[in-house]
Write a protein that binds this ligand. Structure first.
Ligand code: GDG
Length: 512
């Protein structure tokens, strides 16, 4: 019998571990994330469905723990069997790689907040070092004809290191954040290295055509790549007239004898799971309880991490203006704002959090009465299953980020309404807007536009609420997470065939 360890046909690189660790009676147990980031369960299913799947993430480990640290963990959960490889990072590495270089240097550029960009503390060398560790772990795991699927900008440099070790392995990359226009991206002093690394992939995925077109523009300007044919965008993506719409989309890039497939397709949500949550025996009770507490008030919900890009400040200011402008709404409207508190050591998020707390305090202080508090603020993360009944009851969901790669919360609200009357106030600058023309679209940079949007939501007739909610539900259900997963699998298979052709001496790397 061969003593060789079986290699993985799929290795996912995602910076976070796919579970929560808890120590019980001195033993570590791995539990499903209480507040799952929308995409994590889907990626776990990809891993579980592979013949052998692996996941590479980082974990902070101090010097004392190093000797006993278990780098590999075998998971067996509802998604299947897969292995998690943990890259042990010191607290200093985590701070430099994640909290500073990723979040202080890259995040504002990705979201077009260049005035917040700072290279002062950013440490490009540590960033590259951590990316190299991820790349090495991936290469140890992957089989010769396997696929490495990298997620997001904090692993921008991983393709560069992987390609050096494994020249023929298939590499796919999915970008969860926006990819900004060349004028903004090129502010990054490391722009050439980043673009060169991304050009080492075989498949580059983005949420929407605007982001992939921005990347193509950057790659052409910096490296003179040859862009393939463009194709018209397909439904549900809206092709014109919106802040983020694009009429057509580039499907491939040629560079240094290689072809890179380019894909722009938004991740979906899981309406079946949401329905299932709502049909659990205690959910109906919870929905009734919330309805009872809300009474005949117009109930508005907003959910988003504490992050200046998510626009909580602008939303609260608009709510404050609403109560000032329309005294008849006092006592008749309630806003529930869910934004999980930021990591303690990140100054920029602490500032955003203080601003939220200040505004909520000011609004509740100015308008609240003994029997009515205008805003219910939750800074504790609410487990997804507990969030769904609130979505179900809410008359309006208010999602107005200044910029957002996609925004899954907007889709989750629509799925939870199940076609019942509900209004979605949505920023034109969230990627999801180009799939949701029936939302009340608004420009969060404009106070007037924000005011008009919330007025429309509060005043909208039940018939119109119903009509819009049903039309949005069609989109959310048809283009759900299964559709996205099938779409991605098709691309992976296409990639496999083209690699095989190339290895058999066909035309090198004819991807599409
Ligand atoms: C990035 C991009 C892109 C559950 N409880 C809470 C909570 N949840 C769930 C939500 C939703 C998820 O977390 C957050 O989804 P977003 O789409 O807003 O994602 P980001 O965290 O910003 O992540 C984003 C996404 O990747 C996927 O590609 O859409 O544009 O930035 O499923 O139900 N969320 C919060 N508090 C809770 O208590 N904030």
């Amino acid at each position: 019998m061969s003593d060789k360890i079986k290699k993985s046909d799929l290795v996912i690189l995602y910076h976070r571990q796919p579970y929560e660790e808890e120590v019980k009676n001195g033993k570590t147990v791995f539990k499903e994330n209480k507040s799952p980031n929308g995409i994590v369960p889907t990626l776990k299913s990809f891993c579980g469905n592979a013949e052998k799947g692996s996941w590479v993430a980082w974990k902070q480990v101090n010097a004392r723990e190093q000797a006993k640290f278990n780098r590999s963990v075998q998971i067996n959960d509802e998604h299947g069997d897969y292995e998690v490889i943990r890259i042990a990072l010191t607290a200093e590495q985590v701070k430099s790689f994640y909290h500073v270089t990723s979040k202080v240097a890259f995040w504002p550029i990705l979201h077009t907040f260049p005035w917040l960009f700072s290279t002062e503390e950013a440490d490009w060398d540590v960033f590259k070092e951590v990316n190299r560790l991820f790349a090495e772990a991936a290469c140890e795991q992957v089989s010769d004809d396997g696929l490495i699927w990298i997620h997001d900008y904090n692993l921008w440099m991983a393709p560069h290191f992987i390609r050096k070790i494994k020249p023929n392995v298939r590499i796919a990359f999915f970008h969860h954040t926006p990819f900004p226009a060349a004028d903004v991206f090129n502010i990054l002093p490391w722009r050439e290295e980043i673009v060169d690394s991304l050009l080492q992939t075989d498949l580059l995925g983005f949420h929407i055509p605007r982001y992939s077109e921005n990347f193509c523009g950057v790659a052409r300007a910096l490296r003179g790549v040859e862009l393939g044919e463009k194709e018209p965008v397909e439904p549900p993506l809206v092709s014109s007239g919106m802040a983020l719409s694009e009429p057509s989309v580039t499907k491939s890039i040629k560079h240094n004898g290689r072809t890179i497939m380019v894909d722009a397709w938004p991740i979906g949500t899981n309406p079946t799971l949401i329905k299932e949550y709502l049909s659990r025996y205690d959910a109906g009770e919870r929905v009734a309880q919330i309805k009872n507490e809300i009474g005949d008030q117009h109930f508005i919900i907003s959910v988003g991490r504490v992050d200046y890009t998510k626009g909580a400040k602008q939303l609260l200011e608009a709510f404050q203006r609403l109560l000032a402008r329309r005294p008849e709404l006092r006592g008749k409207v309630k806003l529930m704002l869910v934004c999980a508190a930021a990591a303690k050591n990140m100054t920029i998020y602490q500032k955003a959090q203080k601003e939220i707390e200040r505004l909520v305090g000011a609004i509740n202080g100015e308008y609240g009465t003994l029997g009515w508090t205008p805003i219910m603020l939750s800074m504790r993360p609410i487990p997804f299953a507990e969030l769904v009944p609130y979505f179900r009851v809410a008359d309006t969901c208010w999602i107005t980020p200044i910029r957002d790669g996609l925004n899954l919360v907007a889709k989750e609200y629509i799925a939870a309404k199940q076609g019942g009357p509900g209004a979605l106030v949505l920023s034109e600058f969230a990627g999801v807007a180009v799939e949701m023309p029936d939302a009340i679209l608004t420009n969060p940079y404009s106070a007037q536009s924000m005011d008009e949007a919330i007025d429309r939501a509060v005043d909208m007739s039940k018939e119109e609420r119903l009509e819009r909610s049903q039309s949005l539900l069609n989109t959310v259900e048809k283009w759900d997470i299964n559709f996205w997963s099938d779409h991605v699998l098709k691309l992976f298979n296409q990639l496999k065939k083209s690699k095989l052709r190339a290895l058999k001496g066909g035309k090198a790397d004819e991807a599409a």
